[in-house]
Structures are given as C-alpha cells and as structure tokens.
Design a protein around this ligand. Structure first.
Ligand code: DQA
Length: 145
C-alpha cells in the first residue's frame, strides 16, 4: 500500500502570496501544494495537504495523520508559539514529525522564539522560504527508511 505524508498548515497560510511577501515570498499555498505533490509522487508517496485557521481542526488533522499517515509535516504558523493542544496531539503520534517554517522564527520577534512543536518533533526546518517544505519532505522520507 502506498504510504501517505500529511502536510498540515496553520492560520493565515491561506494568504501566502499576498501576506507579508518580504518575509514569506510570492508563492501561494497552492504553489506549495503543487510542489509538495510532485515531490511526494516522485518519491512514491501519497500526500494529504490541509490548511486551517482553526486550532481544533488542526488537532483533528493531526489525529487523522496518526491513524492514516506515515509521517507528518506541520507548519502550525502562529499556533507554533501558543498551542498546548497541538503539542498534546502531536505527542500521541509515533510517526516522524517534521516542524516546518518558511521564515526563521528564531531571528524574529521574541514571541516567536518559543515553539510548542519543536519538543515533540523529530526535527525542524526553518528559514529556507517555501523550499523548507521540500527539504522537510526529504527529511521525512529519510527518517522512514
Ligand atoms: C511561520 C512563522 C510563524 O511565526 C508565523 O506565525 C507564521 C508563519 C513560517 O512559516 O515562517 O504564520 O510559521
């Protein structure tokens, strides 16, 4: 059976392309989705790609990834810095978890320097623009080997 990589995206990432392009670049979330779909397909994996502005929906998507996924990439966006619920949901998984950020939160405002994702992630990839997602797909696949 072909394995599925879940790619979960948090609040305001639906606005990529027009949201602070000096920080996040010009690519839209659809552009990222297409690039990720190609990368997953080339490596022989299925992809499930979701975005939500609602914390509880992201928790449900994490639970689904735990039931059906081989690995999960998560850009929890601002919930990275606030969400104990997402931390708790990720903590229940026993598949690779890759934290993804387009920007480098550690070099930005102080409130971005805490991550609720990092302590439960297999690893984190930040600061490479939308290429962070593709690097994270490779990292997830490597950790499945
Ligand atoms: C982000 C970084 C977060 O601090 C921010 O709240 C986002 C996007 C990133 O991909 O760089 O919304 O996760």
């Amino acid at each position: 059976m072909i394995k599925t990589i879940y790619i979960l995206n948090g609040p305001n990432l639906n606005l990529l392309g027009t949201r602070e392009p000096d920080i996040y670049g010009a690519a839209t979330l659809d552009d990222i989705k297409s690039a990720c779909a190609n990368a997953c397909k080339a490596a022989g994996y299925n992809m499930a790609f979701h975005q939500s502005n609602i914390e509880g929906e992201i928790v449900e998507q994490i639970q689904e990834a735990g039931r059906k996924g081989a690995a999960v990439l998560i850009n929890a966006a601002a919930y990275t810095h606030t969400s104990a619920a997402i931390y708790d949901a990720l903590k229940t998984l026993d598949i690779p978890i890759i934290e993804v950020h387009i920007s480098q939160p550690a070099s930005r405002e102080t409130f971005r320097q805490n991550s609720f994702i990092a302590p439960v992630a297999t690893g984190s990839i930040s600061g490479f623009g939308t290429n962070s997602y593709l690097l994270a797909i490779h990292a997830a696949i490597d950790s499945l080997k």
